[in-house]
Design a protein around this ligand. Structure first.
Ligand code: SAH
Length: 206
């Protein structure tokens, strides 16, 4: 598949309709975030292995999450699980120069990989740290996106979210499948939407 085939597939099936998300996908070269031996599969709609048994999510998953996050120019976003850095790069194109993406990676080898892939992205701060407790130093965030599977919604991440902010996180007890939850923080009761089944590597929680 070519990049444009994926865009057509999403548009024709009303999977991704958000213009900002589609434009960000157009601008970021996924081939720069996959390992050299998988470059020719960059635009297949599949997750690909990266280092240390981790994965770069399949394009449709990255775009569904991007669209659901409803990010806007100028926002401050936290990502937990930088991996290759691809999702952060997509979000960086949406928040633009006035916005900022903090992304955390717990594994040193992946951190180094992402660091190298993200050199050009001035509005991304990559940190080699456990992101499961958020990043209190830079809170509160407009949006928080977790790209590894948690057993339940971490309260500490909700605390670091602004009112009207959105937390997106795959949650589930099972190793094989999780539910993508979109949580909107309000002054009263938080609004939780289930976006369906997804599969992620586990969030490491210390
Ligand atoms: N967003 C990535 C894919 C994420 S794969 C991309 O666009 O390529 C999930 C990543 O989360 C892995 O690299 C894993 O090492 C990392 N991870 C797992 N637990 C973590 C934690 N507690 N803090 C930060 N990163 C974590």
């Amino acid at each position: 598949m070519q990049k444009q085939d994926l865009i057509n597939y999403w548009k024709d099936n009303y999977i991704i309709t958000d213009k900002r998300a589609l434009e960000a996908f157009r601008r970021v070269p996924r081939e720069n975030f996959v390992l050299p031996q998988y470059k020719d599969q960059s635009y297949e709609d599949i997750a690909l292995p990266t280092l240390q048994n981790q994965t770069i999510s399949q394009p449709t998953t990255v775009l569904i999450m991007t669209q659901a996050l409803e990010a806007k120019p100028g926002q401050k976003i936290l990502e937990v699980g930088a991996g290759s850095g691809y999702q952060a790069a997509i979000l960086s194109e949406i928040v633009k120069e006035k916005g900022i993406i903090y992304t955390t990676e717990i594994l040193k080898e992946l951190y180094d990989f992402a660091k190298n892939n993200l050199i050009k992205y001035k509005n991304i701060k990559l940190l080699h740290t456990d992101g499961s407790k958020g990043l209190s130093k830079f809170a509160p965030f407009d949006r928080i996106i977790v790209t590894a599977a948690a057993k339940k919604i971490p309260d500490i991440l909700l605390e670091q979210l602004k009112t009207q902010g959105i937390l997106l996180i795959p949650v589930g007890e099972s190793f094989y499948v999780q539910q993508m939850l979109k949580i909107k923080k309000t002054k009263e009761k938080n609004i939780i939407e289930n976006l369906g089944d997804f599969v992620f590597v586990p969030l490491r929680q210390g």
